[in-house]
Structure formats: C-alpha cells, structure tokens
Write a protein that binds this ligand. Structure first.
Ligand code: F6R
Length: 357
C-alpha cells in the first residue's frame, strides 16, 4: 500500500535505507561478519571469471558490481546485456560462473541466457528480489536482495539492494581468498543507509532542481567518470522512462568525441563527482560543456566539493558511492515526471516485468 505517499516510486525511494539495513541484518552472522552460504562461496571461489548477465537497471547494478568484485575481491568480471549475450556470446573462460541480476526474476532475456549456459553445463547464481521466481528456481544458487516488493515500474530500491548484495558477495569472496580489507563493509553499508536517509529528508532541494532545469527541456545529459559513469547511465534511464525527456548517460571524457555537438544554450548537464581520482577530470569535462552553453548541475561528494557545486552528497566509502549518488537522480527524475504531468508509477509503453524476448 502507498500509505501517505502519492506514488509507489517515492515510497520505494524512501525505503532504500530500510532495505539496506535489512540486508545488513539478514547477511550478518553472530560474530558480526557477513557469511554467504558455503556452497555459493565455493562456486565463486572455484570460478576463474564471473559473467554478470542482466537487463536495464539491473544491468547498471551489474556494472557497479564488476567494480566491486574486481576492487574488493580481485576477481575478473564481465558484464553483459542479456538480450545481446544470447545471440553474440563472448569467448568464455575455463571455469565461468554466471550471475544473473533480476529484480523480478522473470525477465525473459535473462532467462534465455540462463537456459543456454545451463545446457553448456555452467554454474549459475541469481541475485533477485523475488525468491521462488523463475530465474531463482532455475539457477543453482540464489541471493535474495530483501528490498520488499517493488511496485513502481521504475526500479529504485531494487537497484541499491542489488549493489549492496554484490558488495557482500565481493567482501565474502575477498575474505575467503585471504585479501585484507581496510574497511568494515557492514559498517560502511550502515553509513550509506544513513546518507540515503539524509538525502530523503531533503527532497525539496531535488524538487527545486527538477523545477529549475527540467520543466521544458527536450534533452539532458548525465555525465560521470569511473563508477560515476555507471550511475550516470542509471540516472538517464530513470529520467527518460518516467518523464519522457531524452536523457543520455555519458562517460565525461567521451562527450568531446561527438556528442558534445548536441549541447546548446541551456541544455541541462547533470555531472556526478564522487571519485577523488577523477574529480578534476570530470570538472574539466563540465567546463567543456559550459563553454558550449550548457547549464551544469554538479553533484559532488563531501571532501571533493567546490563552491559552485549544486549539491554536496554526504561522504561514504568511495566504492559504495553509487548507492548514495543515485538517490538524488531518482528524486530529480521523480519530480521532473510529476511536474510534467506524467504517470510516475506506470510510464507509457512499459511493464514491470518484461517476460517477452
Ligand atoms: C528500469 C527498469 C528496467 C528493469 C529491467 C530488468 O527502471 O525497471 O530496466 O531493470 O527490465 O528487470 P529485472 O531486474 O526484473 O530483470
């Protein structure tokens, strides 16, 4: 039920901190550490490469998951769009593990890959919000995202929950491999939950950004570098699916190779900067679009901010920044759609789960 909310989407954005706390609790053992099922641990350990397969927002979570697995667990990961993978299979490693990420667990494109790789005899793991769903039943193993039912067509809390579970998978893999971590992942996820809560208590700021920049525009760009680029892709998808504003997520350095031709006087460009090693690079990219007339909206992370930034996000561990940085983008999309008179929870042409290939 929506309760006091006008839309499920806003309720589900707010529920992200609760979902994270749920995940922390569900995956925490008595000794305070995370432990995954020993069979899952073994299958990850034995694989020489992880192939993440997903669609849409879940694919975007997979891109962040690759970073987490490679940085935290030193495990090589490839991320594939499900509908492409089926007909354009890459050369596989000797011992691949397939990880399907799916909120609904019913996405036909992802299932087609699952069926195919099972035929080839490979091991499979599904990360889903619906245990008992098709992808969960048909895979060898399941990890549950514990986000609670997601009703709005635009995925929000499932995405952050997927990234949190991918963090725990990476941390568990690191621990088994004897890799020392210099941070406490459960504590860091708790800090992320607090940060999300803080952002959700400042909705008026994001409503104002939407009203100032997105009421009449026909197009928008989201830019970021490194992992911020992946969040930019998700921000753009959110905005276009519910507000019908054409939105593109771009790697900051790539714009100048063609797309910058689209920047006109007043084109909104939302830039994310949460990663210290590329802070100056993305700021240079913002200057490039500002010089062509763009209206920049800069969202930076505390510690990296500059006086002209539009909003400063609470500081969290840089590797977990996507879980926080996406929240303003979800809220900006929500208010843009709302004030443009769109049907936020049921955007045109879309269904909650896509069960056709
Ligand atoms: C976007 C969205 C879709 C889904 C995609 C995959 O907000 O909801 O892009 O993420 O259709 O769905 P699942 O995760 O159910 O496999």
């Amino acid at each position: 039920e929506k309760g006091m909310y006008d839309h499920f989407m806003l309720k589900e954005i707010d529920e992200q901190s609760i979902a994270l706390r749920n995940i922390i609790q569900k995956y925490q053992h008595e000794d305070g550490e995370t432990r995954l099922d020993s069979d899952i641990r073994t299958v990850v350990q034995e694989s020489d490469r992880v192939y993440i397969v997903a669609a849409g927002t879940s694919y975007h979570a997979g891109l962040v998951g690759k970073q987490l697995m490679e940085k935290i667990a030193h495990k090589p990961v490839e991320v594939h769009i499900a509908s492409e993978f089926v007909y354009n299979m890459p050369l596989l490693s000797k011992k691949p593990l397939f990880v399907f990420i799916s909120q609904s667990g019913e996405t036909a494109d992802s299932r087609a890959v699952l069926v195919k790789v099972k035929e080839l005899g490979h091991r499979t793991l599904t990360i889903t919000n619906v245990p008992g769903s098709t992808l969960s039943r048909e895979a060898d193993f399941t990890l549950h995202t514990f986000a609670g039912p997601e009703i709005a067509v635009a995925s929000t809390k499932a995405y952050t929950a997927q990234m949190a579970v991918l963090t725990l998978l990476a941390v568990d893999t690191a621990r088994v491999s004897g890799i020392e971590l210099d941070f406490d992942p459960l504590q860091e996820l708790g800090i992320v939950a607090n940060a999300i809560e803080a952002l959700c208590s400042q909705k008026d700021v994001f409503e104002e950004i939407a009203k100032t920049y997105l009421m009449t525009t026909r197009n928008t760009f989201f830019i970021g570098r490194a992992v911020d680029y992946y969040v930019a892709l998700e921000g753009a998808l959110k905005l276009k699916e519910i507000s019908y504003i054409q939105a593109e997520g771009f790697a900051g350095g790539e714009l100048k190779h063609g797309t910058i031709a689209l920047i006109e006087e007043g084109t909104p460009v939302i830039a994310l900067t949460t990663q210290s090693h590329v802070n100056l690079n993305i700021r240079a990219n913002v200057q490039e679009v500002v010089a062509r007339g763009a209206s920049p909206i800069i969202l930076s992370m505390e510690g990296l901010e500059q006086p002209s930034d539009t909003f400063v996000l609470p500081r969290v561990h840089e590797w977990l920044a996507p879980l926080v940085a996406v929240v303003p983008l979800q809220l900006i999309s929500y208010y843009a759609a709302l004030h443009r008179g769109c049907d936020v929870d049921k955007p045109r042409n879309l269904a909650k789960s896509v069960t056709v290939e």
